[in-house]
Write a protein that binds this ligand. Structure first.
Ligand SMILES: NC(=O)c1ccc[n+]([C@@H]2O[C@H](COP(=O)([O-])OP(=O)(O)OC[C@H]3O[C@@H](n4cnc5c(N)ncnc54)[C@H](OP(=O)(O)O)[C@@H]3O)[C@@H](O)[C@H]2O)c1
Length: 294
């Protein structure tokens, strides 16, 4: 099986590609911005037709949610037009297509878990681009999987965990929003899940995140608890931190679709976070309960 990956050097791609490379019987064609600019749809189409993969795993995206509010055209070109182009090319060569989407396709009202079939109502330019891309993928490609994920953290990227740890070095009290609820997700766990999904013919829309939900403030508190140190979290409402893009307050995603289709669910986010911190050296190898690293 040949797999064509976009966004190979992104936060997810950097964990995904080495994992796929270790899988027996799998050939890889990994791309990133340097060798294929996804805004150049002619080049994208040609590259896919030349490569002729069995699976396209599309992890690249315009991911700066706030900047997207003022760069809506670029966001749309990358997240919608390039995705549609890849989905069309996949259909042309009979490949399956796995598209990474987001909890930001939902408005985040209420406290219920969103099932995959729940109505979408994005609040931001980024969320809208992902939502329209999902629709395009499902209409253009007959072998499509949409994987909505949330709150990614991984070794190779800018993410909430790194930002918080760096702020904890400078600040005693760190304000963090307490009214956005979701599931932090370790890119390594997500990558392992994607590996189990590609090559199956169980097409459709999935939610794939680590288990459990928490507020951003609870996530932050757990990071500090595990990493040790004296900094404290000050829980605040989102209205205290106005951002260019509105974010859903409720990002609880139901993972029933995974179970219903025979795919395993991911470990709890607290377990994932502890592994991440150990693997990045932020806490000691044996320190799973927190405290100051040895
Ligand atoms: N991060 C999250 O919390 C989160 C949450 C929900 C869903 N997702 C989705 O999950 C997927 C992976 O996210 P991530 O955190 O790994 O994203 P990321 O770290 O921002 O990586 C995005 C990748 O896309 C590449 N890219 C950007 N513009 C490109 C272009 N014009 N041509 C080719 N490649 C281009 C980037 O290359 P450069 O490094 O060269 O810019 C980078 O490798 C994305 O689809 C994202 O929307 C992420």
């Amino acid at each position: 099986m040949k797999v064509f990956v976009t966004g190979a050097r992104g936060q997810l791609g950097a964990d995904l590609c080495p994992l796929l490379a270790r899988k027996k019987g799998l050939t890889l064609d990994c791309t990133d911005r340097e060798d294929l600019d996804l805004c150049d749809t002619d080049a994208v189409r040609q590259r896919v037709l030349n490569s002729r993969p069995d699976v396209i795993l599309h992890a690249a995206a315009y991911t700066d949610v706030d900047r997207a509010e003022r760069e809506s055209e670029l966001c749309r070109r990358l997240n919608l037009d390039a995705t549609a182009c890849l989905a069309e090319a996949a259909e042309q060569i009979g490949a399956s297509f796995l598209f990474l989407s987001s909890d930001y396709v939902f408005s985040g009202e209420g406290e219920e878990f969103y099932r995959t079939s729940a109505p979408k109502l994005p609040l931001s330019v980024y969320g809208l681009s992902k939502s329209l891309a999902e629709d395009a993928v499902l209409s253009l490609c007959s072998r499509a999987m949409i994987v909505r994920t949330s709150w990614l953290f991984g070794r190779h990227g800018r993410n909430f965990v790194y930002t918080l740890l760096s702020r904890a070095e400078r600040q005693e009290e760190i304000p963090v929003v307490c009214d956005q609820i979701g599931s932090p997700t370790y890119t390594k766990d997500l990558a392992a899940s994607l590996l189990g999904m590609i090559g199956t013919e169980r097409y459709g829309v999935y939610h794939v995140t680590n288990e459990g939900v928490c507020s951003r403030a609870e996530f932050a508190a757990e990071i500090l608890r595990l990493a040790g140190g004296s900094a404290r979290i000050l829980p605040v409402e989102s209205s205290v931190f106005p951002t260019a893009a509105r974010r859903p307050l409720n990002s609880r995603l139901s993972k029933d679709c995974l179970t219903e289709n025979g795919f395993p669910r991911l470990p709890h986010w607290k377990d994932a976070l502890a592994r991440f911190l150990r693997e990045t050296g932020a806490i000691g190898e044996t320190n799973t309960e927190g405290g100051t690293p040895p």
